[in-house]
Design a protein around this ligand. Structure first.
Ligand code: UD1
Length: 444
């Protein structure tokens, strides 16, 4: 285990995941969208945020200079870079490659001010414990759609011998020696699977993880670690067996395409009745959404790394229930609801992953959508047209849903607080403008 940098102690309360401070002018940006133009053309899909963030955190597992290509330039990847810099890493986050030098880690504290802006900051916990035995990581709060627990991260690490304490809103581990253990996730969790996988690769002995997440982000994290010398078997199945190793090579990898960004563009073409081709995407990772879009009447042609979609004149209603991969992703629930809001017929949309993830419902209502919420199910009665209105973005995917609805709404829609969109989509407005959308970014 590497020599441990020190920790500091201070007191903080922990409100929900909160936006960056108003010192950043981009948080005052709004989008003004004039709807009605069918999208046409080709669009290049960026690297996946949800794949990049754990790989960035995994660079803490071993000293050296790591190279990550195709990291999307987003607020969230910038935040992860800030977290790593706070720990002493040196980072160049460029358009072509992200270089992370983790040779001189000087701190094991991920401060509240950063973790509160992005929950995925908690990914540094497992790698810090694995490499140094010490960590002090702020607890993330809930988020706009309710509480988002991290109990599985903590229980799993505890099963591996980490006597973690919660101290003034921080998760604290001191002089931990991680040992292989068996752990069963009673709920499938992307975050907790990545966390324990990273911890286990440098623990002593064998770890067996059951009921793990199968999301591509998880599988590729395992592949990346294995290429550095980790011994993870069972990737792509519900059971991972991980033999801890003493050393890993630095990471050198290319981040996979963002399947959620890709699916958002598919939904954008579908809602506008347009025809677009996605370049650099993996249709195999999008099967559930592609099937649902076909049910709405879209024509979709997929080959190895391109997808062409032609939207219907008016979509048919479809029922959607989110589920862990390979099911329909919770990260596409809001965008699908935007599409269903103009469908012919009534759609029933249920989110089984996050039961309160419906902040987009009242905002879509401002545009004329007819959506009734019953617990974690939305009954969407399709209307023939939406009309522009001022609305407010509330989280990444809810913001995307509002953009989609605005693309078809009559007149002008102003979407405020689009810093949420900038957290998760690389230049979404610019890419949509290239496809023919009428969008202006203004400072409010
Ligand atoms: C989830 C999604 C992921 C998406 C992300 C952001 C799933 C399985 N995961 O990932 O695809 O990109 O939201 O929208 O669809 N849970 C616990 N305890 C924990 C951790 C999680 O009870 O310690 C529960 C959550 O409350 C949730 C479920 O497990 O009901 C899945 O959570 P998890 O996959 O960890 O969430 P994210 O990693 O945020």
């Amino acid at each position: 285990m590497d020599a441990a940098p020190g920790t500091r102690h201070h007191t903080r309360t922990r409100p929900p995941e909160t936006p960056p401070e108003a010192t950043d002018p981009a948080i005052m940006d709004a989008l003004v969208i004039r709807g009605g133009k069918p999208l046409q053309g080709r669009v290049l899909i960026s690297g996946a945020k949800n794949a990049a963030l754990p790989v960035m955190a995994a660079t803490l597992l071993t000293p050296g200079v790591h190279t990550l290509r195709n990291v999307p330039l987003l607020r969230d990847t910038r935040t992860m870079a800030d977290v790593l810099e706070k720990l002493g890493a040196r980072i160049e986050l460029g358009a072509r490659a992200c270089r992370i030098d983790t040779t001189n880690i000087t701190s094991v504290e991920a401060p509240y001010d950063l973790v509160r802006t992005m929950r995925a900051s908690i990914y540094v916990l497992g790698p810090l414990l694995a490499r140094y035995g010490n960590a002090r990581v702020s607890l993330p709060g809930g988020c706009a759609w309710g509480p988002r627990p991290v109990n599985l991260h903590l229980e799993g690490l505890k099963a591996m011998g980490a006597a973690l304490e919660i101290d003034h809103g921080y998760i604290v581990g001191r002089e931990v020696r991680l040992k292989g253990a068996s752990f069963n996730f009673d709920v499938v969790s992307v975050g907790a699977t990545a966390q324990l996988m990273m911890a286990a690769v440098r623990a002593t002995g064998r770890t067996v993880l059951d009921n793990v997440a199968l999301e591509p982000d998880i599988t590729v994290l395992g592949d990346v670690l294995n290429r550095c010398g980790a011994r993870i078997s069972g990737l792509g199945t519900r059971r991972l067996v991980i033999e801890g190793v003493r050393e890993l090579e630095p990471i050198d990898t290319t981040i996979i395409p963002d399947r959620i960004e890709a699916q958002t563009f598919l939904a954008a073409a579908a809602i506008t009745g347009g025809s677009i081709t996605l370049e650099s995407c993996d249709p195999g990772d999008m099967a559930a959404a592609i099937q649902k879009l076909e049910e709405t009447g879209c024509e979709i042609l997929a080959d190895a790394n391109e997808v062409t979609i032609t939207g219907p004149r008016r979509p048919h209603a479809v029922d959607v229930t989110t589920a862990p991969f390979p099911g329909f992703p919770t990260d596409m629930q809001a965008q699908m609801m935007a599409l269903c809001s103009v469908a012919d017929g009534t759609s029933v949309i249920t989110d089984t992953i996050y039961l309160d993830r419906f902040t987009h419902v009242p905002e879509l209502g401002r545009l004329g959508a007819r959506i009734e919420l019953k617990g974690n199910t939305a009954v969407v009665r399709g209307v023939e047209r939406l009309s522009g209105a001022p609305v407010m973005a509330t989280d990444i995917r809810a913001s995307a849903a509002l953009v989609l609805a605005a693309l078809i709404a009559e007149g002008e829609t102003r979407i405020s607080r689009i810093y949420h969109l900038d957290r998760g989509y690389e230049a979404l407005d610019q890419k949509l403008i290239k496809l023919g959308a009428s969008i202006e970014r203004i400072r409010e």
